[in-house]
Design a protein around this ligand. Structure first.
Ligand code: SAH
Length: 362
């Protein structure tokens, strides 16, 4: 049975499902989920991420975390963790860039959190020299200093969508389209549940009007709390890189299939589904745990502060022809405001008594 058939059957039996349930099924259904079945990431996949564009991205993030570790007095042992490591490229580059730092690799316990078995296999192959351990969830992160990266992880977490109705909210739900309602291409449609109060959205009554749509990611809060608790109590730092902004407004659910935008309801399991990250949610969760956070900083600004242009010049010295053109294009793609430089943001989490991670400001 295809995922579309599975979803239609479930909706017929139980009624319309939340956007979050729909996203979870599409991305992580054990038989048909996008991450469980597809080779999604990389030059041949549906989307290409910053670490797949250039080694410079992982190198600079690695050095920023090492600097935080040095600033905090080289705690040992500590956890080096990545959420949603994809093909493992970011961590490979981070580890190569940090191997010359005395004591860092010796004191590190490398931990990965990855839901998709096929990607876990790719990560195991890429990182076999470093004996990583996979944990089922962030709740299982050891109670010790934590240095963590997450690139394009939070945008894959399921969101719920709510439309304001007076002082209440109606949840958007995925239901079955009536014959003829949406044409032949899709059998799913979006509807609205009954109005209900939503305490988690109390702060959004200030900046929305009747009919506005907001998104809420409960899992992002839970994940951030687990990270922030470790950092506040034991030390460490986290670098979260993703697209989104301080506060998301409107429908940001999007599907990408074969590098082209698609209808999020049309190809369940066969398209990547993401939503903009509402960084305010992460910051509120961090503060609630007594963990400090940096200003939200555009990726381009962050990478420039960490010296990406110097690194690019050093790499360019040995190149000419196509490889040189590719390096120049990669630098531009990662940093230019019209490419990833502005759309992607970086947030740092760190202990309140320590300086913020390199490249970021209090
Ligand atoms: N960070 C990588 C991959 C980004 S794609 C890169 O930058 O290239 C998103 C990653 O998060 C994939 O590895 C996906 O399988 C993983 N992922 C998505 N939802 C997850 C979840 N709920 N728990 C653990 N991993 C998840």
């Amino acid at each position: 049975m295809s995922l579309m058939e599975t979803l239609l059957r479930r909706i017929t039996l139980d009624g319309p499902i939340s956007v979050a349930d729909y996203m979870s099924e599409c991305l992580l259904n054990p038989a048909h989920g996008y991450y469980t079945t597809a080779t999604a990431i990389g030059a041949e996949g549906d989307f290409i991420t910053a670490p797949e564009i250039s080694q410079m991205f992982g190198e600079l993030l690695g050095l920023a975390l090492v600097q935080a570790w040095l600033d905090q007095g080289r705690p040992a042992p500590f956890t080096l963790a990545e959420l949603g490591p994809g093909r493992g490229t970011l961590m490979v580059d981070m580890l190569r860039a940090t191997r010359a730092v005395p004591g860092f690799h010796d004191a590190m316990e490398l931990v990965l959190i990855e839901a998709a078995p096929r990607l876990r296999e790719q990560q195991a192959a890429a990182l076999k020299a470093h004996a990583p351990r996979w944990l089922p969830s962030v709740e299982d992160l050891p109670q010790q200093p934590l240095y963590l990266v997450a690139n394009e992880f939070f945008d894959a977490l399921p969101i719920r969508q709510f439309q304001r109705d007076g002082d209440q909210w109606r949840e958007r739900r995925v239901g079955r389209a009536e014959a003829g309602e949406t044409g032949a291409a899709t059998a799913l449609t979006l509807g609205l549940g009954a109005p209900a109060p939503q305490p988690a959205l109390a702060h959004r009554l200030d900046d929305t009007r009747d009919g506005d749509l907001v998104e809420h990611c409960e899992i992002a809060m839970v994940v951030t709390e687990a990270i922030a608790q470790r950092i506040a109590e034991h030390g460490g730092a986290a670098l979260v890189v993703d697209y989104g902004d301080w506060r998301s407004l409107g429908d940001t659910l999007q599907a990408l299939r074969a590098k082209a935008p698609a209808d999020p309801l049309e190809h369940p399991g066969a398209a990547d589904l993401t939503a903009h990250v509402d960084f305010e949610t992460l910051c509120r969760a961090a503060r609630a745990c007594g963990c400090a956070h940096t200003r939200l900083t555009p990726q381009g600004v962050f990478l420039e502060r960490l010296g990406i242009s110097e690194r690019a010049r050093a790499l360019a010295a040995g190149l000419d022809g196509d490889p040189l053109d590719q390096l120049i294009a990669a630098h531009r793609r990662l940093t230019h405001p019209e490419e990833m430089g502005n759309l992607f943001k970086v947030l740092g989490l760190y202990p309140a008594q320590c300086p913020p991670p390199a490249g970021l400001e209090k």
